[in-house]
Design a protein. Structure first.
Length: 397
């Protein structure tokens, strides 16, 4: 036999055994890894399920607090609800001291005042299986809000946001009728009495033969009021953002000049600047808008019209609720309409007068009505809801 062939075969002897051992080691390692994975996978899945349960339970705590706030607003005195303003001390269920068991776990919830009068902070912690020996804990914190209810002290109010070194005026002419008197059909909210029929940061001027009737114990007109007197019945920029959000959700959000000869949908109407930026006294001319309301609105309209600009109303327009302009308001009725609620002009941009004028006696009267201002004739939501962008999971227990 060829000696070189023998040597070559001899050099390959013994390779099979080490190779087999290496393969066996690899198979064994993979088997051990697979067995370890299969043994830990149920634990991981269980932990994930417990965490999901704990979060869901924490969310239940938030929902319970929202129910308590909303029910307390619409049906005060209902067992387990929270009034506005918050009671002191808080009921045990909402002060973070009470564990509420439910199914696989339970929650503890705390309600506290928020940064604004119409805001509350809710913190809810969910535990599984309980708060004594928890396996999973989830904590949720959010700010909840509701539409700010305005209680203006007047049927027609002007000012509160006028630019520095400028003046606000109300001009009442013709045969305009403005009343804040119960004897003339005004309506008050419990504990809220108006100060005057017309109320201004600047002067209040009349011409023609207008009828301006104030409340008992108040006055017909209240001119030259300090800026500080307006803060309680003006919308803050935060309130404006909330109203925008609600209007967008309801399909009643508009931008730019509007000309309405027929009524828009009832509820919260928000008319924004074309750019969507907040109106200021330095806004470009392209952002200075006017909503023109005219024509015959038939049976009338209920809600709030909030405009980042000016409002002009004429014709046979019957409204029940709130007209709110961040700039000027002109009311020139001639067709038998009426406004029940309040008109607010904040004069944020310039000092053009807020004008109230009618052509004929009795036309387009303005009557103060606090309940209508608060609820827009029953169309403005009274419930509390999560403020956009504030719902978050936070660390802690």
């Amino acid at each position: 036999m060829n000696s070189s062939l023998v040597r070559r075969r001899g050099s390959e002897d013994g390779i099979a055994l080490p190779l087999t051992l290496i393969i066996m080691c690899l198979i064994t390692s993979l088997t051990v890894a697979f067995l370890a994975l299969t043994s830990t996978e149920p634990i991981i899945a269980s932990n994930q399920m417990l965490n999901v349960q704990a979060r869901a339970i924490a969310e239940s705590g938030v929902e319970r607090a929202l129910w308590a706030l909303s029910k307390g607003a619409t049906s005060p005195g209902t067992l387990g609800t929270l009034t506005d303003p918050l009671p002191a001390p808080l009921p045990a269920l909402y002060d973070g001291s009470t564990y509420v068991a439910m199914g696989v776990g339970g929650f503890i919830v705390t309600v506290a005042p928020g940064a604004a009068s119409n805001e509350r902070t809710i913190t809810a912690v969910g535990y599984v299986p309980n708060n004594v020996n928890p396996i999973a804990i989830k904590k949720i914190q959010t700010t909840v809000t509701r539409v700010k209810f305005l209680d203006p002290p007047c049927a027609v109010c002007a000012g509160g946001e006028q630019p520095p070194l400028t003046n606000t005026e109300i001009q009442v002419g013709g045969s305009a009728s403005i009343t804040a008197s119960l004897a003339n059909g005004a309506e008050y909210c419990a504990g809220v009495n108006p100060t005057a029929a017309a109320y201004s940061q600047g002067s209040i001027n009349t011409n023609g033969h207008p009828s301006i009737t104030g409340p008992v114990g108040g006055s017909d007109t209240a001119p030259n009021q300090p800026t500080s007197n307006f803060s309680n019945f003006l919308f803050s920029d935060s309130d404006i953002l909330t109203l925008k959000s609600l209007a967008k959700a309801n399909g009643t959000y508009y931008q730019g000049d509007q000309h309405w000869s027929s009524p828009p949908p009832n509820g919260i109407i928000f008319v924004d600047t074309p750019s969507g930026n907040a109106l200021t006294n330095s806004s470009p001319n392209s952002d200075l808008i006017t909503v023109d309301v005219h024509g015959n609105w038939g049976a009338g309209w209920n809600g709030w019209i909030v405009v980042a600009g000016s409002i002009h109303v004429s014709g046979n327009v019957t409204m029940n609720g709130l007209l709110y302009a961040q700039n000027d308001v002109t009311l020139h009725g001639s067709g038998g309409g009426s406004i029940t609620g309040a008109v607010i002009s904040t004069n944020r941009v310039d000092t053009a007068s807020t004008n109230v004028d009618t052509d004929d006696v009795g036309n387009a009267p303005i009557s103060y009505n606090c309940p209508s201002v608060r609820n827009g004739g029953g169309t403005v939501p009274q419930n509390w809801f999560v403020k956009p962008g504030t719902y978050r999971e936070v660390p802690g227990s």
